[in-house]
Ligand binder design. Structure first.
Ligand SMILES: N[C@@H](CCC[C@H](N)C(=O)O)C(=O)O
Length: 299
């Protein structure tokens, strides 16, 4: 995550920075790059998100909580309207979900069922628990845009190999799905959901906030959980508390944990990053969040 309010780079140059910094064989490594940007469209600040392959996503809801924290701390505020690539979201600092865990409530949406806008050619909207014959396997999917595109399938038990097979078909950007899609398999565990996601532009990730939002909305839409009911959503990285309304707005309360701050130089010509210099580790925050993640016992 970079405070980019005073950095003038084109989207193509930021894509180069994202590929260099997110490369897991390189100096930093990550699922992607988040940018805190200047105020836009009368919002307090803006956010941009680039996946590790350099593609720019419409949103990133785990990332939004982190960018919100950076914006709050930079501007001395504790709630804000944030401009995203094609939408806006509300963020607010809330009481710690657990001791020592900086916590943010974000509200995004409206979730959309309009697959024609992705586009997904040849599938009529709404696509709710329907088979998609062009995908491998027998799963029934619900298509939700947050506004980034998500395919959600409710399963008895997540089969990661199958998830990767489906994700890779979408990742190849076939003619019928030129903008690809994030794909999630979701287990209903009592009153909670467990979400595993193959992300567009990244692959399997430990946690995807917009996928948790899309999954919560899909679970309400299909009667698995109640509208407006706070639901614990588990993932490989921990958990959030999510709530979807019939107005299609989805709220997520979760952590925004800093692990370290540091600096690194990226050569835009070669697209490579130099050595990372860590200025400060945030071991207290890492430990506080680690305790929550362990307790979430995602299985
Ligand atoms: N891969 C996504 C963007 C990243 C989403 C993110 N992990 C989240 O937390 O929401 C896309 O290309 O849509």
């Amino acid at each position: 995550m970079i405070d980019a309010r005073e950095i003038e780079l084109s989207a193509v140059e930021w894509a180069t920075v994202a590929r260099a910094l997110a490369d897991r064989r390189g100096a930093v490594g990550g699922d992607g790059l988040l940018l805190l940007g200047k105020s836009l469209r009368s919002c307090d600040f803006s956010m941009a998100m680039f996946n590790s392959d350099g593609s720019e996503a419409e949103t990133c809801l785990n990332g939004l909580r982190c960018v919100a924290r950076m914006g709050f701390e930079a501007l001395g505020i504790d709630q804000a309207r944030v401009a995203l690539k094609t939408s806006e979201a509300l963020v607010e600092r809330v009481p710690e979900l657990a001791p020592g865990v900086y916590s943010v409530l974000e509200t995004a949406g409206p979730a959309s069922l309009d697959v024609a806008a992705w586009p997904m050619v040849g599938e009529a909207a709404p696509l709710v628990e329907r088979a998609i014959p062009r995908l491998p396997g027998e799963r029934r999917f619900t298509a939700v845009a947050m506004p980034n595109p998500h395919l959600v399938a409710f399963v008895e038990a997540v089969d990661e190999d199958e998830l990767v097979r489906v994700g890779e078909v979408c990742e190849a950007a076939p003619d019928w799905l030129p903008n690809r899609a994030n794909v999630s398999f979701v287990e209903v565990r009592g009153n909670a959901l467990f979400v595993r996601t193959f992300e567009r532009g990244v692959g399997l990730t430990d946690s995807c906030g917009s996928a948790m939002a899309a999954s919560t909305y899909a679970a309400c839409l299909t009667g698995r959980i109640g509208w407006d009911r706070e639901t614990v959503v588990l993932n490989r990285g921990g958990m959030v508390r999510a709530r979807a309304g019939e107005d299609a707005m989805v709220s997520i309360a979760g952590n925004a944990t800093y692990e370290w701050t540091g600096s690194v130089t990226v050569d835009l010509g070669s697209g490579t990053a130099g050595d990372l210099v860590i200025e400060a580790w945030r071991n207290d925050e890492i430990a506080a969040w680690g305790a929550v993640a362990d307790e979430a016992a995602w299985g």
